[in-house]
Design a protein around this ligand. Structure first.
Ligand code: PA5
Length: 439
């Protein structure tokens, strides 16, 4: 078995991609590694895996052990880069039905990634009367969605279990000095972890932002980091292959990349990937639009559009080698459902044939296909995948000619929302937006 993720582009590229693209990719990689490009004050993630110490990991394991011992539920509060990495890894490694089973340790739940009133109500209803802890994550310390959720759950926890329990079981992950959350954590005496200045939200899963919740969920953060180190040291060939292929396809008019998986546990890996690439590349009216599908489920809905709709799509399939368990399709004497032709095969064999058949069909339909193979879904390979996607994103963004490490566009909705909510300091904007709405 290959011990590393691989990028295979034989159904994506014609073999006549220009030398210019190869040169551009090498130049972009060099720019990234030398720190001479735009956004170079946000490159702390580049050597994060190899620079995390055993003591750093031990501290997080100890904090996780306290929450695991004291709590039935741990609520992770955060949004965007302060949420998706942990969610992706935890979902990928968990039993699909963990929510309905009693298991070891607390259930890790998420809040602050939306402003859904019913969502918050239902979650409060669930944890009422149960011991719970909170990991609140915000680099800026001022983001509205997690701030609202934290205010609600902090108050609830203090009333329910008392201030001392709350203090012992709330952990804040934020900037070292700045932001409301830092001030609040200092005042309340919470344990804290720092999000390094030079690591942006969507590149922060291998900091305490991702690692602490993953450890609380009971997964091996040392193996995750070990996998990331493997790609940091020896992943450039794959990184370049992916960055070259997607830029070649973009230049040929393929403006949409669909990340497809045939493994339900990877759904949130794709959500994390969408943020990473969308927020990094969508600038200056440029960028590949990142979308995702779960196959075979979405073959019965989006499959039509991919096979036969506008030809502006390419597809990247995340293909998993080994499943964790085997389920054999039984033989049936009467064979009324006509399935005996696959009796004795395991379910994943059928899935693999669906995967190959889909790839060939989509290529025939004019959808170039890139394949990323993951030997299995475990901490090590997820660590590899995370670092691979991060580095390829930096290289690809520089090839595209954008700053992959800023996100000026996400401020627009916030300005309008604050104006509409009449947030102090936004009086002029409030007047202006009211006029706009009148007209
Ligand atoms: O990638 C990013 O920078 C964003 O998605 C942020 O992570 C997100 O907006 C949350 O920000 P913060 O951690 O400051 O609350």
């Amino acid at each position: 078995m290959n011990e590393k993720i691989q990028v295979i582009s034989k159904y994506a590229l014609q073999g006549h991609e220009t030398q210019a693209l190869n040169d551009a990719a090498l130049a972009a990689k060099q720019t990234l590694e030398c720190g001479s490009g735009a956004g170079n004050d946000f490159l702390g993630w580049l050597h994060l895996p190899s620079s995390i110490t055993s003591q750093d990991l031990e501290a997080m394991e100890k904090s996780a052990a306290i929450l695991r011992q004291n709590c039935e539920y741990v609520i992770c509060i955060g949004i965007g880069g302060s949420y998706l990495g942990a969610k992706a890894v935890i979902e990928a490694l968990s039993d699909h039905f963990a929510a309905y089973k009693t298991g070891n340790g607390p259930k890790v739940l998420f809040a602050g990634s939306n402003i859904g009133e019913d969502y918050l109500y239902d979650l409060m209803d669930l944890v009422r009367g149960h011991k719970f802890g909170i990991i609140v994550i915000s680099k800026s310390g001022t983001t509205t969605e997690p701030a609202i959720a934290f205010r609600l759950f902090k108050e609830m926890l203090e009333k329910q279990e008392g201030k001392e329990f709350a203090k012992q079981n709330i952990i804040a992950i934020t900037d070292a000095r700045r932001g409301a959350l830092r001030g609040l954590a200092t005042q309340e005496g919470y344990a804290t972890y720092v999000i390094p200045d030079n690591v942006g939200g969507r590149f922060s899963v291998l900091t305490p932002v991702g690692l602490l919740p993953i450890a609380v969920a009971g997964f091996d953060i040392r193996a995750l980091i070990a996998g990331a180190v493997e790609m940091e040291k020896d992943g450039d060939e794959q990184v370049l292959a992916y960055a070259i292929a997607r830029n070649a396809l973009y230049q040929q008019g393929k403006k949409i990349e669909i990340l497809a998986n045939f493994t339900p546990r990877l759904h949130f890996v794709a959500e994390w990937w969408k943020q990473l690439y969308g927020e990094s590349e969508g600038k200056g009216h440029k960028g590949i639009f990142p979308d995702s599908v779960d196959f075979t489920t979405d073959l019965h809905s989006m499959g039509q559009m991919i096979q036969d709709g506008e030809r502006t799509i390419f597809e990247t399939v995340l293909s998993v080698g080994d499943q964790q368990h085997e389920v054999i399709i039984p033989s049936d004497d009467e064979d009324l459902d006509g399935l005996n032709y696959i009796a004795g095969k395991n379910v994943d064999y059928v899935n693999k044939m669906a995967e190959l058949g889909t790839r060939l069909a989509h290529v025939d339909g004019g959808v170039p296909n890139l394949l990323i193979t993951l030997p299995a879904v475990n901490e090590r390979y997820l660590g590899q995948l995370i670092y691979f996607f991060e580095k390829a994103c930096g290289v690809s963004g520089y090839m595209l000619g954008v700053n992959p490490f800023d996100q000026p566009g996400v401020e627009a909705y916030k300005k309008n929302m604050f104006a509409l909510l009449e947030k102090p300091g936004h009086e002029e904007a409030t007047k202006a937006i009211r006029e706009k709405l009148k007209n």
